[in-house]
Design a protein around this ligand. Structure first.
Ligand code: TPP
Ligand code: MG
Length: 373
């Protein structure tokens, strides 16, 4: 089970496969536009963090194909459950980019955090693997209500060592929920490499323990991610239960802005994977097909840049929220008196002055500020 599903070649040694059934030229360019939106967000967010304008940030540079490709396969009514690594996925579903940036600043968004029901995008999950049972629960509820809604959740290789992964997989299989378990195997869980994380050769083979069909795809290939997700969703909707997708790739940058991977891994290894990154690869593919001109490419990038610049302004215009925000959304209705006491106590503590930008972005191992590919 080590073979990888791949559609886009590397423009050099690996030839392109046929354009998958169900995608036309417009779709292909739209997936590319999504990749550019995600990439632009990611690079800008790293620069903002370096300038002290947001607090911290978990970058996903190189993993855009696992996000855009998988989401493009979803119906609008399907729900998605991101981890911190897919933090900006909502921008492809109408969540304002300013709201996501504000989240990283520790503020609410333009109108507080987004309403998951409006965009069918669950809140960003930071505790590892906790979004998996949520995704199963949603698909189970949809099944009980006889709604055609499926759920998709992303998680990392490290997350497969968590109890929540096993519980969610088992529950989904037994209840035959329409859930797609999309594992982004970037081969690192912070500084822990894959072979210190698990004893199996692949993540896909774990599906067998739960009788869940599994596939391995090239995680740097947005169309392979699309194809596998599409098939998994169709299976789920037909009543055939969950699927596991292992998107095999490599974490090309730091774990987050507080991490320096040079301390624990060989940068030459990173370089060996770099040529497979999805944005340049998809661009090359579209050009080989003759459906993306340089001018159109330039237009797509300029639009993404302009919309991101507007989002940064919008984010910075958001006032520091009231302390009450800490306790919002904890209870559906009412709240215990201890929360009121907590707010009062916090109000009596002097708040530190707001962090001010500290100058231009410094270059680091965390990102490629200013570079779009
Ligand atoms: C329950 C829990 N334990 C530990 C952490 C600390 N932590 C944050 S990211 C991470 C590694 C996760 O690796 P992986 O699942 O491969 O995802 P990736 O970061 O590579 O996307 C850990 C252990 C956490 N957030 N939640
Ligand atoms: Mg990982």
């Amino acid at each position: 089970m080590t073979e990888l599903l791949r559609v886009i070649g590397d423009g050099d040694e690996i030839p392109d496969a046929e354009v998958p059934d169900g995608l036309n030229d417009k779709d292909l360019v739209e997936i590319y536009r999504w990749l550019i939106l995600l990439r632009t967000f990611d690079e800008r967010a790293v620069a903002l963090q370096r300038q002290g304008r947001i607090g911290t940030y978990a970058l996903y540079w190189g993993e855009e194909g696992t996000q855009a490709g998988a989401l493009y396969a979803c119906a609008e009514t399907d729900w998605v459950f991101p981890s911190y690594r897919q933090n900006a996925i909502g921008i492809l579903r109408g969540v304002p980019a300013a709201t996501v940036l504000a989240w990283w600043r520790g503020f609410g968004g333009v109108h507080g955090f987004w309403d998951p029901r409006e965009h069918r995008v669950a809140p960003i999950c930071v505790p590892i693997a906790t979004q998996l049972p949520h995704a199963v629960g949603l698909a189970w509820a949809a099944k009980i209500r006889r709604e055609p809604t499926a759920s998709l959740t992303w998680f990392g290789d490290g997350a497969t060592s968590e109890g929540d992964f096993h519980e969610a997989m088992n529950f989904a299989a037994v209840m035959r929920t329409a859930t797609v378990f999309f594992c982004v195997n970037n081969q690192w869980a912070i500084s822990t490499p894959l072979d210190k994380q698990m004893a199996t050769a692949t993540i896909a083979e774990k599906g067998a323990a739960y009788a869940i069909p599994a596939i391995r795809v090239d995680g740097f290939d947005p169309l392979a991610c699309w194809k596998a997700t599409k098939e998994a969703l169709e299976r789920g909707r037909a009543g055939d239960g969950p699927s596991l997708i292992e998107a095999y790739c490599y974490r090309l940058k730091a774990h987050g802005t507080a991490d320096d991977p040079r301390l624990y891994r060989d940068e030459e290894e990173v370089e060996r994977w770099m040529h497979l990154e999805p944005v340049g690869r998809m661009r090359g593919y579209l050009k080989r097909l003759g459906i993306l001109s340089d001018e159109h490419d330039e237009e797509i990038r300029a639009e993404a840049k302009a919309s991101m610049a507007a989002s940064v302004k919008e984010m910075e215009a958001i006032d520091q929220p009231d302390l009450e925000i800490l306790f919002e959304h904890v209870y559906a209705s009412g709240r215990p008196w201890t929360f009121d006491e907590g707010v009062e106590e916090l109000r009596s503590v002097e708040r530190p002055p707001e962090v001010k930008p500290i100058g231009p972005a410094a270059s680091s191992g965390a990102g490629e500020e200013g570079k779009t590919q």
